[in-house]
Design a binder for this molecule. Structure first.
Ligand code: GMT
Length: 374
């Protein structure tokens, strides 16, 4: 059994969810898991006997103009490597986590291997910034193994950073059982009648998610079909989108639910999931919807086509093509037999291609390979 340190963003977000759920699964297999983060990962919601949490505390010495989080993290990681005799550090994101892991490895006495998982934003957003490019490249090249969550992200990383480093694709996954949870009463609780169909969008409301396209798509659909739109999440675009809803006179049919923990239950009342982003390395929310049997409509960018099987579990259209998105939504809403078929195939696709056990084993194999155990 291995001793694994996990570095991730503990807040809501796909990478934090993947890191935490992976840690929980590895712990179930008997590995000892050490989360080293700024606060308790939000999915670490009950007691797990072989999961440990090490909080990174900031130094507030007056000599620092800003408390240096990255240095505090590296110091803490080095301390945990030595005290717990860690075998592996699994860093989610090249910057800052892989960089901190590399620094920690140099400070620690105990030998450790570094596995870095790229989740997208470090390449598609930070990678474009020339001042960070060299550091991201350093983080990738100094890691003992690097994984990315889609083939598209591997290609983009290799092209953008001009690196020959081998990057393994390890897809994201969901806990399939969790997404079987149903709460049909929720529809009534939100004042939605049983005849009305529900479109759902879940994100951190960043510009890259193109929420205005979600709204405009919904506006076209709502003119023809009695529908509601659930917007789940919060972020920089929240205020602007709220204004747009008022301007479009959709405030009675668009529900802003903010950040929610009970995603599986909300998905159980949804009919279509929309993810119309400009950039998306994978789209974990699509997988969550598919696991709950909700057909997805997404934009043809990044890793989305690796998740949605076009014409089988959902549809993919060019980003910004609102008319095409709306036509696809109406096509599915107006054909219950097709909808049912897509729903079943979506669930099956999750089990066949994104099963949590398979993905956990893939990560275990990578750990064993870097440790020279295979
Ligand atoms: O989508 C976000 O803005 C959050 C970000 C994160 O770090 O959690 O998501 C990225 O990682 C997820 C987990 O691997 C992927 O499912 C998302 O597609 C990816 N987001 C982007 O590439 C924009």
């Amino acid at each position: 059994m291995l001793k694994i340190g996990i570095l991730c963003y503990p807040s809501v977000g796909g990478s934090g969810i993947i890191a935490t759920e992976l840690g929980k699964m590895l712990a179930k297999q008997g590995h000892e898991i050490h989360f080293i983060t700024s606060s308790m990962p939000f999915r670490l919601d009950s007691c797990y006997p072989n999961i440990y949490f090490h909080e990174v505390e900031l130094n507030h010495y007056p000599v620092f103009q800003y408390p240096p989080y990255d240095l505090a993290l590296a110091t803490k990681v080095a301390e945990v490597i030595d005290t717990e005799k860690l075998d592996i550090i699994h860093a989610h994101y090249a910057v800052p986590h892989a960089i901190c892991a590399i620094l920690a490895k140099q400070m620690a006495q105990h030998p450790v291997k570094i596995v870095t998982t790229l989740h997208g934003t470090d390449i598609t957003v930070l990678g474009i910034d020339l001042s960070l490019k060299k550091m991201i490249l350093f983080g990738i090249e100094q890691s003992d193994a690097v994984t990315a969550v889609s083939h598209s992200l591997v290609k983009q990383t290799q092209e953008m950073l001009e690196t020959k480093k081998s990057i393994h694709v390890v897809y994201n996954f969901v806990n399939e059982i969790e997404y079987q949870k149903e709460n049909r009463d929720l529809k009534q609780k939100y004042g939605i009648s049983s005849e009305e169909k529900i479109l759902i969008h879940i994100s951190n409301f960043r510009k890259v998610k193109r929420l205005e396209d979600v709204l405009h798509t919904f506006a076209i659909v709502n003119k023809q079909e009695s529908t509601r739109l659930l917007l789940i999440g919060d972020g920089p675009e929240y205020g602007r989108i709220h204004e747009m809803v008022k301007e479009l006179k959709l405030d009675k049919v668009v529900h802003f639910l903010g950040k929610q923990k009970n995603i599986p239950e909300l998905l159980s009342i949804a009919d279509i999931k929309l993810l119309l982003s400009e950039k998306e390395s994978f789209g974990l929310v699509l997988l969550e919807a598919m696991a709950a049997g909700v057909p997805c409509i997404g934009s043809n960018v990044g890793g989305i086509p690796e998740v949605i099987e076009h014409g089988v579990t959902g549809y993919i259209e060019e980003p910004g093509n609102i008319k095409a998105f709306a036509a696809r939504v109406l096509e599915l809403l107006n054909d219950p037999v097709k909808w049912e078929n897509f729903s079943t195939k979506a669930k099956n696709r999750v089990i066949e291609h994104f099963s949590s056990d398979t993905i956990r084993r893939e990560y275990e194999t990578i750990y064993q390979t870097v440790l020279g155990e295979t």
